[in-house]
Design a protein. Structure first.
Lengths: 728, 285, 373
């Protein structure tokens, strides 16, 4: 039995630690993969300390965690004191009830409910950014409070009731009695509450996700964004480091507990010895010696660290680390103006692997050329629809955004874009060719400066996919490769693939065409591995999936990183989407002229080439297209894919770009997309669909009801049992 | 007995009376008011803010009920597995020497202090078709498993992420349990199984209940785990809420949240009301 | 005439509608060791807390040196308390605990050091300055609590069952020590206890309380020898309390027998309570006895035997140094000065018969009190 229990505990720990061990192990990977270990190196740790995004998010997280935990601890401690002294049982119950709501409520609901409040109230008082550091702070304090109270309240209960009276008796005023006696007595609980709310806040993702704005990105939010793409071991390195720090802190604070235990054990031993001595003395007929003499000897040599000192040390360590981190970060970047840039993921040269860090370069440029301290706050989105959602709620404000053509048209139509002042963008004239001007989405060249363009193609793994099956859109519907296919996780692109497959017009307003596309997508859904956006990199590179359609430039990135047993190939189906992504300035931008300077900078040769090489998308910038190093670096094959010869851009674009559809159709597609997302059918055969699904529904509803009945029964049994117990 | 033993002060000082006021104000403003907003958005339409039941009614359609049913099912299995794995763990740990117990509990808590997103992500790298598990299996010549993207993967993720939440409350109840009770029970003629049934389980039921709550609630509302480990057909109620949020369809977000909340709060309030409230404190440390 | 330091006038107090104290009148003199004695729930602790300022009376007034102090908060009173479980501050060491009161008064640090070491030697704790209070034994904690209160040089020291948590041996030692401290410092002690032996051996004045009322105030000797009613007689020491009728002055009839006594001033044929202390009953052969009965149990108690004798259905307790055999018939003899006559009171017929007596019962009855803390 003993042995079994040991093995069992070891097994559970093994389960719990396996992913962490994997994480720590791969943080030392020499390669980029988080799944294939190619050799030991510390490069990701170096990368980590060079990555200003991560360090900045870490700093933000620490600041938020510190302020929110301190605030929560102060309010919570006072509350615990008040609750402890509330005599009315009903009032007490009501307060505890409210206190426990954030504990019982799922995090997602807490987050969403607060988001509603902030957006509503922010709208009432007319804030331009309704979600910001303040809202996050409020949210974090709110969910930390119950933990503080639950830790402090029992300490008040355990405290000798006469302690505060003893303080009054010795001349303390009630206020002095609180600070000099009660507070120190409950201090261990307060410290535990503080540490707990600090770590909870540091680790919180869900609530932050719904209440964070653009100006203040915490680490979990950043990590969430990063895990949407191909994760590099940098994140693992960060986690391994944080794990190590927490391990050390826990060890310190645990040592303190065991010190207290040792002292207690010593005392008990001393007492025992004293009693034995008295007994012996009585036996031998001598009168027991005076008690105090014995005690003086028996008590251990005075060793007098207050029990919670180590906890304080641990806390001081944390604070010290935070301050050092903050100072370190703020020394390297003492900025004043923040420029919020909102872009697609993996869509800018970020200094990774020796490339130019464009945003830092821009900061340098501002400092040297303009004498301004600028900080680029770079945030990413997953799809045009995400971007639109963020912009339309007006909960946040950005300075530069890079949407696709149809979205630019929509934003411009809805008056969500600022007109650009091209005096501030002198590079435009030189860089942007005639064919990229005056396109449908911005006929008067008022709102946008093209950033990249490209086409959607089909990517497949030649090791799995038969060459004969390739060439058109049908490959994505080929049941031979069921479970290996990926589809876009945004409505326009996903419907696009189906519409092209059916040979229809992608900008049709005919509802029947969209319905037909939906049917196609629904038929495809059971064969899909996943709906993806930037996760596609990882999944295609490692061979998790074999077929997908995506943007041509990204294929080049994938080929560079593909695993040994993967052989990615690419083709353009006959009809496919052509897109342009362009830089715009949204309404409500805080620094419009600086945003224009930024756009201008992005057009400069250095930045544009770096971006084009990093992103691998075709560049509308003539400086790039004609740059010899660029052509050399990209290689012949890539150039061919990106800039196909004999390609009439204007004609193709006109035929195959996505246009901004009329509101009714947009709404219609939106609903279809919703429908598609919720759609679930494991049986691909179409004929059976109608007959099976209602049965499945009724069956599941019945089971659900049975389940609820079960819960109710269990609960009532418990209640009845407890009632009985109480009566006895 | 008599009132003479009630050593309450004659009157509460202003300090004692108003110390909880900031917290109450905070809770009303930032806990209760937001929930009212959820209800408000759930029952109004986005166009003109007039009253409507349409959002709530949408929840009770085939698609949403299926998804809700799937959420309940997966959360239920995750909770059940956590309980089956966690209960013996808590029991075994509580039978260890006090020093060993401390270390084991710290070890149990450690994974929780690593970012939950990264943990889930690294589970993904373990489980995916070309992941570590399959390459290990491949190395010993076993056919690779295809786990990722299935409901099983989501349940594995939930179990892994929330197992400590099950073990810790049960452990904290068990560690307070007097071990002489077990001896007394055996002394009175209980065999091993009877001891478990008649003494240990009844005494640890409050820990079990809070453990179940702490696993079930986050499991049923998660969206990250299903996003990373699930596939297109493992959509959970949390995913739908998140999707609707990203699409800024706030009224639908509100109605889904509202229904989920009502169901959970009613259930939990009943359970919580009859569970010792002291057990909540210090559960995690 | 000694100075009246504290006066309680007509004090009443109720908790949740339940009267705890009714119409208490009490004077506490300077330099006095006064004990409030009574069973748990009698109101003694509440009385103490009213003096300490932790409770305000519902009715009546508290005077300190002639000044009404009803509304004076605890921290402004020249009174200090030693709490039941000491209430030492767990975050402070011995020195800081004792120095606490002086530090609040912003006394200079070197004065504090001097005074604390003075106190430590008074309570025999020299060398313990830096110790953590939670690691001290009960007796040591007790001494720290006393030193912490005394260092403020209060006019009155209130002690709330200070020895309740100590084991018997330590308790006896501390009784002596406390008395010594009181004599040395000359401070007025108001001492709350439910232990009658403690009360008798330490006090100058004993106040016996029951049901929220003062039953008797007097010196220990008066209280023991001249209890005013059945409650006091029973609570202080062991007593056989019988129903009797005062036939005339110096003559009482009880247990179907007429006795001479030393009491007078009752009406003729007035029903009274008769108290006979167990040690005052002499065991004699049956033929020489005034009464006779069957011995039902004999317990050896060290100094004496405790003999329970059934005399006409009433179980008497007799303490005798001579052994008698159980189930034998003995005679008892009672001297006139061993008989004490009391007026009938609300406590009549509640005490006195030893038919269900046992040591354990006595002990058990004190347990619930501990549990309530």
């Amino acid at each position: 039995m003993k042995r079994f229990s040991k093995i069992y505990i070891a097994f559970i720990l093994l389960i719990l630690f396996a992913p962490i061990a994997v994480m720590a192990f791969f943080s030392f990977n020499a390669g980029e993969s988080t799944a294939v270990f190619t050799g030991f190196s510390l490069r990701w740790y170096k990368e980590l300390f060079r990555n200003s995004n991560i360090l900045n998010a870490l700093k933000n997280s620490l600041i938020l965690a510190l302020t929110s935990s301190v605030l929560a601890t102060v309010i919570g401690t006072m509350a615990a004191f008040g609750i402890h002294h509330t005599k009315n049982k009903k009032v007490k119950g009501a307060i505890m009830g409210i206190t426990n709501v954030p504990l019982m409520n799922p995090e997602i609901i807490t987050g969403i409910s607060m988001m509603f409040l902030f957006v509503f109230v922010g709208g009432l008082i007319g804030l331009s950014t309704k979600l910001n550091f303040g809202t996050m702070l409020i949210a974090h304090v709110t969910f930390s409070l119950p933990y503080v109270i639950l830790n402090v309240l029992p300490k008040f209960r355990q405290m000798d009731k006469s302690l505060p009276e003893a303080a009054l008796d010795l001349g303390c005023t009630p206020l002095q009695s609180f600070f000099k006696v009660q507070l120190p007595a409950v201090l261990p609980g307060i410290l535990t509450g503080l540490i707990m709310s600090f770590t909870l806040s540091l680790d919180d993702f869900v609530i932050s996700y719904f209440t964070s704005g653009t100006d203040f990105q915490t680490l979990p939010i950043l990590i969430y964004g990063m895990t949407k793409k191909s994760v590099k071991p940098t994140l693992y390195a960060l986690s391994a480091l944080m794990f190590l720090i927490i391990l050390v802190l826990l060890l310190i604070s645990n040592r303190e507990k065991s010190t207290a235990e040792r002292m207690e054990a010593k005392r008990l031993k001393a007492e025992k010895r004293r009693k034995e001595a008295i007994l012996r003395a009585q036996k031998s007929g001598k009168a027991p010696r005076k008690e105090k003499a014995d005690e003086t000897k028996a008590t251990a040599p005075s060793h007098n660290r207050p029990i919670y000192l180590n906890k304080i040390i641990a806390l001081v360590c944390v604070v010290a680390i935070i301050i050092t981190a903050c100072v370190a970060v703020s020394i390297t970047s003492r900025q004043t103006i923040t420029l919020n840039v909102y872009n697609w993921g993996e869509y800018i040269s970020d200094g990774y692997d020796g490339s130019l860090d464009v945003n830092r370069a821009f900061e340098e440029y501002c400092k040297n050329e303009l004498g301004m301290n600028v900080k680029v706050n770079y945030l990413t989105y997953d799809s045009n629809e995400d971007l639109y959602a963020k912009l339309s709620t007006e909960a946040v404000s950005y300075d530069v955004i890079i949407p696709s053509d149809y979205m630019i048209a929509r934003l411009a139509n809805e008056g969500l874009l600022e007109e650009l002042d091209f005096d501030n963008i002198p590079n435009y004239e030189e860089c942007i060719g005639e064919e990229f001007r005056g396109l449908y989405y911005d006929p008067e060249n008022k709102y946008s400066v093209p950033y990249t363009y490209g086409m959607v193609g089909v990517i497949y793994d030649a090791n799995i996919v038969d060459e004969a099956d390739t060439g058109d859109w049908d490959l994505m519907w080929n049941s031979k490769y069921s479970g290996k296919i990926l589809q876009f996780n945004n409505s326009r692109d996903a419907f696009g693939t189906a519409i092209y497959k059916l040979g229809l017009d992608v900008n049709t307003t005919d509802a029947a065409a969209w319905d037909a596309a939906l049917t196609e997508l629904k038929a495809q859904k059971p064969m899909l591995k996943k709906l993806v956006m930037d996760e596609i990199y990882n999944m295609m590179e490692t061979g998790e999936a074999a077929i997908s359609s995506y943007y041509a430039g990204d294929y080049l990135t994938m080929v560079d990183n593909q695993a040994e047993n993967v052989d990615l190939q690419f083709y353009y189906p006959e009809n496919t989407n052509l897109f342009i992504d362009a830089m715009c300035i949204p309404k409500g931008a805080q620094n419009k002229s600086l945003a224009e300077v930024y756009i201008n900078f992005m057009l400069s040769r250095e930045a544009a080439v770096a971006n084009a090489e990093y992103i691998c998308y075709a560049s509308p910038n003539s400086l790039v297209r004609n740059d010899e190093t660029y052509i050399e670096d990209m290689g012949e094959e890539a150039i061919e894919i990106l800039y196909p010869e004999d390609f009439d851009f204007a004609k193709e674009y006109d035929a195959n770009c996505y246009k901004d559809l009329d509101p009714t159709t947009k709404e219609y597609i939106n609903n279809l997309w919703n429908d598609y997302k919720l759609y679930h059918n494991t049986i691909p055969a179409e004929g059976e669909e109608e007959s099976t699904s209602p049965n499945v529904t009724w069956l599941s509803i019945t089971i659900l009801i049975l389940f609820i009945i079960c819960i109710v029964t269990i609960v009532s049994i418990i209640i009845i049992k407890r009632r009985k117990k109480h009566k006895i | 007995m008599t009132g003479a033993r009630k050593y309450n002060g004659p009157r509460r000082s202003a300090l004692q009376r108003f110390a909880a006021a900031p917290h109450i104000a905070w809770a009303v403003l930032f806990v209760i008011a937001p929930l009212i907003f959820v209800a408000y958005y759930a029952f109004t339409n986005s166009a003109d803010g007039s009253f409507t039941m349409a959002n709530i009614a949408a929840f009770f359609t085939k698609e949403y009920l299926l998804i809700f049913w799937r959420s309940v099912k997966l959360a239920f299995f995750a909770t059940l597995i956590c309980l089956l794995l966690g209960y013996p763990t808590a029991y075994f740990i509580s039978r260890c020497k006090p020093g060993t117990q401390k270390i084991l509990i710290v070890l149990l808590m450690l994974p929780m202090w690593t970012n939950f997103l990264i943990r889930t992500y690294s589970i993904m790298t373990l489980l995916q078709d070309t992941g570590i598990l399959n390459s290990l299996l491949g190395a010993i010549g076993i056919k690779p498993l295809s786990i990722i993207g299935t409901e099983t993967a989501v349940v594995i993720g939930m179990v892994y992420d929330y197992l400590p939440y099950m073990i810790l409350p049960i452990y904290s109840v068990m560690s307070k349990m007097d071990h002489r009770l077990i001896e007394a029970a055996s002394d009175l003629g209980c065999n091993g199984f009877q001891v478990l049934k008649k003494v240990i389980i009844p005494l640890s039921i409050s820990g079990v209940i809070s453990g179940i709550t702490m696993v079930f609630v986050p499991s049923i509302s998660t969206f990250y785990i299903s996003q990373k480990l699930g596939g297109p057909s493992t959509l959970l109620i949390g995913d739908v809420i998140e999707q609707q949020y990203t699409a800024s369809n706030y009224n639908m977000v509100a109605s889904l949240s509202f229904v989920l909340m009502v169901i959970l709060i009613v259930g939990l309030a009943i359970v919580n009301h009859y569970t010792d409230s002291d057990d909540g404190g210090g559960m995690l440390i | 005439m000694k100075k009246r330091l504290i006066e309680l006038k007509n004090i009443s107090k109720a908790f949740d509608g339940e009267a705890v104290l009714s119409n208490i009148d009490l004077y506490i003199h300077d330099h006095e060791f006064m004990t409030l004695l009574g069973p748990s729930g009698c109101g003694k602790t509440t009385t103490l807390r009213i003096i300490g300022g932790f409770e305000t009376p519902d009715e009546g007034d508290v005077y300190f040196e002639g000044e009404r102090i009803n509304d004076l908060p605890a921290y402004k009173r020249h009174v200090n308390t030693v709490f039941q479980k000491y209430a030492l501050f767990p975050h402070l060491n011995v020195f800081d605990n004792i120095a606490f009161g002086l530090r609040i008064k912003k006394v200079k640090e070197d004065v504090i050091r001097e005074k604390v070491s003075e106190m430590l030697s008074l309570v025999n704790l020299v060398g313990f300055e830096k110790k953590n209070v939670s690691l001290l034994s009960g007796g040591q904690q007790q001494r720290v609590a006393i030193a912490r209160a005394l260092i403020n040089e209060p006019e009155v020291l209130l002690l709330d069952e200070p020895l309740g948590a100590l084991d018997l041996k330590l308790r006896k030692d501390m009784q002596v020590e406390l008395k010594n401290i009181q004599t040395k410092t000359g401070i007025t002690f108001v001492y709350v206890t439910h232990d009658q032996e403690e009360a008798l051996s330490m006090s100058d004045t004993v106040v016996v309380m029951a049901n929220g009322k003062i039953q008797q105030i007097g010196t220990p000797i008066d209280i023991y020898n001249e209890p005013v009613n059945a409650f006091v007689a029973d609570f202080i020491g062991e007593s056989n309390i019988l129903d009797g009728v005062m036939l005339k002055d110096f003559c009482v009839k009880f247990a179907s027998h007429t006795f001479d006594c030393l009491d007078k001033g009752f009406e003729i044929n007035e029903p009274v309570d008769v108290v006979v202390r167990p040690e005052d009953v002499d065991v004699v052969p049956v033929e020489k006895g005034m009464l006779s009965g069957l011995v039902t149990s004999v317990t050896f108690k060290g100094v004496h035997y405790e003999i329970i004798v059934d005399i006409d259905g009433f179980k008497w307790m007799i303490q005798s140094t001579d052994y008698v055999a159980p189930n034998s018939v003995i005679g008892v003899y009672i001297e006139p000065d061993a008989i004490h006559i009391m007026k009938k009171s609300e406590f009549s017929n509640m005490f006195g018969d030893y038919s269900t007596f046992s040591d354990e019962m006595d002990h058990l009855s004190e347990v619930p009190e501990e549990d309530e803390e």
